[in-house]
Design a protein around this ligand. Structure first.
Ligand code: 0RQ
Length: 504
């Protein structure tokens, strides 16, 4: 047995993943740890999927409802989706098998702002929580948990669940201890105090997750790595988009609208945010800070280069190479990284106070600046809103980035009317594609439309968009936000019918 379980009572609960899975009945509501491929339980979901598969083969109904922090990995979302083992899932996912089952109607999915998800559970909106299943680096003598590579919603799930299953993972570095900051002062209204974070690196809580050891029904020992995909190499479009964003920030500094070392950065995940981080690395900017959701490879490089002094997040989202690097160097990195519960890392109050600069990917934006982050052609769920709404709504400057086309040019990222709206024109300040940047601050809708079409749309779609806008302007009775509702979704309809948004 590993020496990572210092509590004698919990040492007595060690069992196999199959034995632990056997404790979970059909219909159970389970709060799984895990956030963007980090710190999720790895053996229990596989064993549970095998149990569910066997039950289905025996003709029994068996699904569980799965709550997480955010996306997990094939060993959790993938295996449970594969056996049709989830009835319902929240709050964010990105697994291809799960996505397919959500879109074919097998699995119900509730896509929630990440900062809201713990509150929904804590206040009982989602019903009772039967189990919390979380990963631990180690269990202390008093039965507290040292979290691993994510904190996510673990605190709330441990507080609210009737029973707890812990995976103690010796792949995770013991030196992570001290990196986490779990605030226990977050209460339900009307008793909520101000969150005492005034700088991204402020530590306001404990380095452990405390729980009642009497709730623990199983402890599983594992030695499995987190499973994150490596990033794609940075392409020319991503580099161009990153360049526009950094020039824009430089201009803000020049005009005295933000300090020389910028303001705390939030960065979504993906190729373009990674290119932005690479651009920062190559710039002469110094003393940068980050108040974000996930620590990516590029942030580790910035810390190594001494350019990023502190990064606050709720999880890592690292490539295998960088996850290894983090494990080797956790003792050093914990001096500049703080991992918090996601309701604090993504909290509107703190984001607004710190003046965070947000930058997230999008599916499409319309000519007035409404952004769709989640639904292809308004109906097919991609991943979910994640933390993009938490940050966009409250950022000092909110930016959205995307190539101007997708699927080899068959799709325009700029459309007449967004087919689903996650971020409204009121919240979206800057849109950037490889074509250019549209600074929408202070512009009225008609000014926004011209700027977005001219600066951000791909040349192949500019004429089509201008034609739509001019016709809408001419025909619309009200001229504030002109639309021609008979043709607002021609681009999408054409894609669904002909495989391209190019109108014949
Ligand atoms: O599909 O891989 O099959 O080719 O969407 O697109 O351009 O690689 O960009 O990885 O940044 O993802 C909005 C999905 C963008 C992401 C979204 C297709 C495209 C490709 C990926 P393929 P790219 P990204 C922090 C913040 C919401 C959550 C969020 C996202 C695939 O950024 O999930 O921001 N955001 N969280 O081909 C059809 C379009 C398309 C399209 C792109 N208009 N129509 N397909 N694609 N545009 C993180 C967390 O919250 C945890």
């Amino acid at each position: 047995m590993t020496d990572r379980i210092a509590n004698a009572q919990l040492r007595g609960k060690v069992m196999s993943a199959d034995e632990a899975a056997a404790l979970i009945p059909a219909g159970a509501q389970i709060g799984f740890g895990g956030f963007t491929g980090s710190g999720y339980p790895k053996e229990l979901p596989k064993a549970l999927a095998a149990r569910i598969k066997a039950a289905h083969e025996a003709g029994e109904d068996f699904t569980v409802n799965a709550f997480t922090g955010a996306s997990t990995a094939p060993e959790l979302d993938g295996v449970l989706a594969e056996v049709d083992g989830m009835g319902w899932r929240m709050p964010y996912q990105s697994d291809p098998t799960l996505r397919k089952k959500i879109n074919d109607g097998t699995i119900r999915y509730t896509d929630i702002h990440l900062s809201h998800s713990a509150q929904l559970v804590a206040e009982g909106f989602c019903g009772r929580l039967d189990f919390a299943a979380v990963e631990a680096t180690r269990i202390t003598e008093d039965g507290s948990i040292v979290p691993t590579s994510s904190v996510g919603n673990n605190k709330t799930y441990l507080d609210m669940a009737e029973k707890v299953i812990i995976e103690v993972n010796s792949w995770q570095s013991l030196e992570l201890e001290g990196m986490h900051d779990v605030w226990n002062g977050y209460l339900t209204p009307p008793n909520r105090p101000a969150i005492p974070i005034t700088n991204p690196g402020d530590r306001i809580g404990d380095a452990f997750l405390t729980l009642d050891p009497g709730k623990v029904v199983a402890v599983i020992e594992t030695e499995d790595p987190d499973r994150n995909s490596p990033f794609k190499p940075i392409d020319d479009d991503s580099r161009a988009i990153a360049g526009y964003l950094l020039d824009f920030y430089a201009n803000e500094v020049e005009h005295g609208r933000m300090p020389k070392n910028l303001l705390p950065l939030q960065s979504g995940v993906g190729n373009i945010p990674n290119a932005v981080l690479d651009g920062l690395l190559k710039s002469d900017l110094e003393n940068l800070t980050s108040y974000t959701e996930v620590i990516q490879d590029g942030m580790v490089d910035l810390i190594d280069a001494g350019k990023l002094t502190v990064a606050s997040a709720t999880a890592f989202s690292l490539s295998p190479e960088y996850a290894h690097k983090m494990n080797e160097g956790a003792e050093k990195y914990r001096r500049s990284i703080v991992l918090r519960p996601q309701e604090i890392s993504n909290h509107p109050e703190v984001i607004r106070r710190l003046g965070v600069l947000s930058c997230n990917g999008m599916i499409e934006a319309d000519i007035y600046g409404n952004v769709n982050s989640t639904h292809v052609c308004g109906t097919r769920m991609m991943n979910g809103i994640g933390g993009s709404g938490d940050f966009t709504r409250n950022a000092y400057i909110s930016a959205f980035v995307s190539p101007s086309t997708a699927k080899n040019g068959a799709i325009s990222a700029i459309v007449p009317m967004a087919s689903h709206v996650d971020h409204t024109e009121h919240d979206v300040m800057v849109i950037i594609t490889e074509q250019g940047l549209a600074d929408l601050r202070g512009l009225a809708p008609r000014q926004r439309a011209r700027k977005i079409i001219e600066n951000c749309a791909h040349p192949d779609y500019r004429a089509q968009l201008t034609e739509y806008y001019e016709a809408a302007l001419a025909s619309s009775k009200a001229k504030h936000t002109p639309h021609d509702l008979a043709h607002s979704f021609d681009f999408h309809r054409s894609f669904l019918e002909n495989g391209t948004m190019r109108l014949s």
